[in-house]
Design a protein around this ligand. Structure first.
Ligand code: ZN
Length: 292
């Protein structure tokens, strides 16, 4: 742009539009996703000119009676340029199924009204593991639940499993799986050695709470949905560690297995999964509240 005055006034205009949009969202609290992304887009555009950081607004979903209730963050695995695993039929990818299940779980939790809900993504976008965990930290989440679908070379492998955070993997499978999901980003964000020690102390309590949550989820899901033998497994998941909250990663089933693919694509089956997840989440939150 040749005219610096014009450039400046356009930049100021963009900031004003972004600020107004942000105010409208904060007041309305129910802005459509399209409005949100427009506001964020405007602010980023202005930021290029005036070096303002883009505002971060996490949408919170809640029923009328859930005011002040704990926040549960649901994290649909993968997204955008990272499709995750491809189903055996080739018709669907992990990122689509995780988002569908996440929305259904969100709706079930909101309808039941015992917790508030946030999502790391509600569309087909790419997020780093750190982006996902940061949502949990920003909102001081009570729980963090990451949703995935498994895939294995053995086409007969099937059933869901629940992973909780641990320094040591429960088995070779869990270690391999964590390495894939960590995608080379383990260790990102580590600071000084003092930070590392504090992190370690915090993560002991976090690991225990995460294992409790996983055990509740297994007990709610047993007999109602397909589970692997020994469904509760442990591994060092970066996204779980950085969430700073009791956190589990739920593998809803194997999309490399034809029977599991049919189940995971069935709304009735997903409703059963969502109900089991919702009940385990609510039970865990009620237990946390009881300790205070
Ligand atoms: Zn995955």
């Amino acid at each position: 742009m040749r005219n610096p005055k014009l450039a400046l006034s356009i930049a100021i205009g963009a900031v004003a539009v972004a600020a107004l949009a942000v105010v409208a969202i904060v007041r309305g609290h129910s802005a459509e996703p399209s409005q949100r992304s427009a506001a964020i887009g405007e602010a980023q555009q202005a930021g290029l000119t005036l070096s303002l950081p883009p505002p971060v607004i996490d949408r919170i979903y809640a029923g009328p009676l859930a005011r002040g209730r704990p926040i549960v963050v649901i994290d649909p695995g993968h997204g955008g340029r990272d499709p995750g695993a491809r189903s055996v039929s080739g018709q669907v990818s992990e990122k689509e199924l995780t988002l569908t299940l996440a929305r259904e779980l969100r709706d079930a939790l909101v309808e039941r009204g015992r917790v508030r809900v946030a999502m790391t993504r509600d569309d087909d976008r790419y997020l780093t593991l750190e982006d996902r965990a940061a949502v949990s930290r920003r909102l001081n989440a009570a729980l963090f639940v990451s949703l995935h679908m498994d895939s294995a070379p053995n086409p007969l492998a099937r059933g869901g499993s629940v992973y909780s955070l641990s320094d040591v993997a429960s088995d070779a499978d869990a270690a391999r799986f964590a390495a894939i999901e960590n995608g080379g980003s383990a260790g990102a964000g580590t600071g000084s050695s003092v930070d590392a020690i504090l992190d370690d102390l915090a993560s002991r309590a976090q690991m225990t709470a995460s294992a409790d949550l996983a055990a509740r989820l297994v007990s709610k899901a047993s007999g109602r949905v397909e589970l692997r033998p020994d469904p509760h497994r442990f591994a060092a998941f970066h996204v779980l560690r950085r969430a700073d909250a009791p956190a589990v990663l739920f593998e809803a089933g194997y999309i490399s297995n034809a029977d599991d693919e049919v189940l995971l694509r069935s709304p009735e089956y997903r409703a059963r999964l969502a109900l089991a997840l919702a009940q385990a989440i609510e039970l865990h939150v009620a237990t946390l509240a009881g300790r205070h």
